[in-house]
Unconditional design. Sequence first.
Length: 396
Amino acid sequence: MAPTPAKYVLLSLPLSTFDTGDQQEALNSLKTTITPENGTVVPFPVPNFKIGTLDALIQQADDLGKLNTACEGVVSKVGDSLRSLYEGNEDKAAEQKMVNDKPTDQYLRTFTWNKVRYRADRPVGEIVDILQKELATIDNDVKGKFNQYNQIKTNLASLQRKQTGNLATKSLTPIVDPSLLVQDSEYLETHLVAVPSNLKKEFLKSYETISPMVVPRSSVQVAQDDEFILFAVTTFKKHSAEFQQKCREQKWTPRQYKHVEGGKEAEQREIDRVTREEKKVWGEALRLARTGWSESVMIWAHIMALRVFVESVLRYGLPLEFVSVLVLTNAKLVKKVKTALDSSYSYLGGSALGRDKRGRVTKDDAALTSEIAAAGLGHAGEENEYTAYVYYEFEV
């Protein structure tokens, strides 16, 4: 049975929610709300950034939401690229998913803002622009290298098919003895035709008459495999095109072949060259994919930290007093995490969220619309679902 996919929840709550307004006390309280059976709560520290106008914050929330979606897409594509390098082997691909030399899960659970790379005293808009440009660079670099790798891989597969396919498709260079061919004749030409084995009798009976000026009794069996027999047939050149067309109509496959001195050796050298190139570019693609994974996940974590900050300011106002945490859970238990949070903190939604007679959380759509409009909200919660607190689900 496949393991349940890991899931993460990133959330923030105002410190005023808790008795002492202390970060550690808030963290301990959340660990009581979200039991170990449902998830693990760890701090997710978010710096205090420069705050601009309300309009700027609302615009930044929208920009960050779009950038988050783009980043999620890049992380997913890089993950797919790693899997493709290992022919779909998830375990081997997972071994390469390191962020700053840490396993991805460990990086996220011990996240700290990179103050050297993204100075927190810069305006939020500037940091968003930097993250956006870095993400685009990673996406283009990985995409370009994998396009190169896939092209080489396709070329190699094509060359290998020519060596290992059947007589209707494989290279004839190592098979055909040039002495069987009429060469340097002004009037005559030898055709090579791959005939399905079950049509051999029909071919021998009719090849002389399917088109004009086929040289009688000129057919020679050149080679045979499990599916086809290769024959050489001589015709007059002026009827070559018609002969080939009639062969196709009979489901015989005319093969294009021109003898080249040293052709067999040249084909093998080309296969060896492309094989070496494929191996080299595979290594380059792996290194770039590993870097791409590390960088894109790191950028994603910083984008989400900014989202939490901007949403927390929009929802909870000033002064900046909120606790932000990461909950490590899985796809089966994430609903229980959400239910537990709603049970304890739904009152933060004001009149928009309440309880029915059985104590279940309910939503008042009219009041909800008013709450969102008054606060300039509507950003937190995936798929535009309003929550009483800042809440994001994601998986890596």
